[in-house]
Design a binder for this molecule. Structure first.
Ligand SMILES: Cc1cc2nc3c(=O)[nH]c(=O)nc-3n(C[C@H](O)[C@H](O)[C@H](O)COP(=O)(O)OP(=O)(O)OC[C@H]3O[C@@H](n4cnc5c(N)ncnc54)[C@H](O)[C@@H]3O)c2cc1C
Length: 416
């Protein structure tokens, strides 16, 4: 019988398991994943950029404390592939006043940012000079905001860090095992087959899996985009829906290589660039390439084996990308992949909640789960351990129920 069973060995599940073991070393903890190894779900599909600016305070808190923890790990000598290249938001005139106000607030709050009216990197700001861009209704960029406390990280190293520390602390894992359902048992068994009946008080007893039953006092579903399906099947509705997301990789050869090395504010590499219309261009220095994606408003839905769509590159990304960064003209991706965001469709912030006695969920990271995994893991661990408060990295304390599904937060508006 396990004390805690975490379903899902992604960034959130491994951070949760690690923090349970850290806070309660004598607990018997098991992590189960259907994949043959750690971090092979959407954690491996991530563009893995991080930032600490969000419009909602809770997202800012989750990201700021998590990124602080990752920085400390990296500085201690465990290379997480973190590079503070920054995020560069290209801001159209219609949003300039808002962005200047945001920048002012950020500076006041001690977040290092810079505003550029002109930049030393080959980005076309006056796209309206181009007839096609005018036809497409693309806006000119009037100012660019560089957020310095932001950058890129290697998600596989991050999840491996948690995995190694967790296993060192005596945590157990089972890979290649699919959880099929949640098992409940009556609190007061009467010994009749078919228990628990609807009128009996019940609590979690474990899970049924492809490898047989596993008994556990507490089960935490950190199952990302799979969460909706699993919880629906168990009779618990959550406002978390999967949405397909894709990354296209373009080699940074020739002049694109110069762009890759065009760091701003003394950075070694180009920032993560956010173009108008939700397109991002993420530098990948190790592979000498750019990872490009878009947050398109496509239908929700889960695909078993999501494939990248050539048409999205051709019609959804390329025409806009090449207007703002003409160096991409004639380039085609040499690699691409697709995964899912697990979006909390109410406010785009994670849900960490207790759904029944012994049953917990930690999901809904809404496309920014890598940069928030540590804080989400700490909150999930504290909640499952029955602690009223969760201590985030750096000493900040929040209520363990702060991310329960019935909370009321302002909607996050900076979902990329
Ligand atoms: C294209 C793309 C770009 C992204 N870019 C960024 C970014 O720049 N920055 C950022 O912070 N985030 C980004 N994200 C989001 C980020 O990847 C996720 O928020 C994060 O990986 C969520 O981690 P997780 O542990 O919750 O989910 P996952 O890593 O998906 O882990 C869930 C695990 O649960 C397992 N599982 C599910 N069902 C079962 C079952 N029945 N039995 C056993 N195991 C099961 C799965 O196998 C999986 O390993 C991006 C995502 C995508 C798809």
């Amino acid at each position: 019988m396990y004390d805690y069973l975490v379903v899902g060995a992604g960034a959130v599940g491994m951070a949760t398991a690690y923090h349970i073991k850290r806070l309660s070393p004598s607990s018997r903890v098991l992590v189960v994943d259907q994949h043959p190894g750690v971090g092979m779900g959407d954690t491996a599909k991530s563009a893995a950029a991080f930032r600490t600016i969000f419009t909602s305070w809770i997202n800012r808190t989750l990201a700021k404390t998590s990124v602080g923890f990752y920085r400390e790990v990296q500085n201690s000598g465990y290379d997480l592939g973190m590079r503070h290249v920054g995020y560069l938001f290209l801001v159209p005139r219609e949003n300039e006043a808002t962005m200047r106000a945001v920048a002012h607030e950020l500076i006041k709050a001690g977040t290092p940012v810079e505003l550029y009216d002109k930049m030393d990197i080959p980005i076309r700001t006056r796209v309206s000079e181009d007839e096609e861009a005018r036809e497409m209704g693309l806006p000119d960029v009037s100012v660019a905001l560089l957020v310095k406390e932001a950058g890129i990280i290697d998600p596989e190293r991050l999840v491996r860090y948690y995995y190694e520390k967790y296993v060192e602390a005596g945590g157990e894992v089972m890979f290649g095992v699919k959880v099929e359902s949640v098992k409940f048992s009556p609190k007061r068994p009467i010994g009749i087959p078919g228990e628990p009946f609807p009128w009996q008080d019940a609590r979690v007893a474990g899970v049924e899996t492809s490898a047989g039953p596993l008994e556990a006092k507490n089960v935490i579903f950190a199952t990302g985009a799979w969460t909706e399906m699993l919880m629906d099947a168990a009779g618990f509705g959550l406002p978390i829906k999967p949405r397909k997301r894709q990354v296209f990789v373009v080699k940074a050869s020739g002049e694109l290589g110069d762009l890759l090395r065009a760091g701003l504010a003394d950075r070694e590499y180009a920032p993560m660039i956010i173009l108008p219309r939700g397109i991002y261009v993420r530098p990948e220095p190790v592979e000498e390439s750019f990872w490009i994606g878009v947050s398109d408003r496509r239908r929700y839905g889960f695909e078993e084996n999501p494939e990248p769509e050539e048409e999205l590159w051709r019609f959804g990304i390329y025409p806009v990308l090449t207007k703002y960064v003409p160096l991409f003209e004639g380039k085609t991706p040499h690699n691409a992949w697709a995964g899912h965001y697990d979006e909390n469709v109410v406010d785009y912030q994670p849900i960490v909640d207790r759904l029944a006695e012994g049953l917990y969920v930690a999901a809904g990271t809404s496309g920014s789960g890598i940069m928030k995994a540590d804080a989400v893991g700490r909150i999930a661990a504290s909640l499952a351990l029955g602690l009223e408060k969760a201590e985030l990295h750096g000493g900040m304390v929040v209520d363990s129920a702060v991310l329960k599904k019935t909370r009321c937060f302002e909607e996050e508006r900076l979902v990329i």
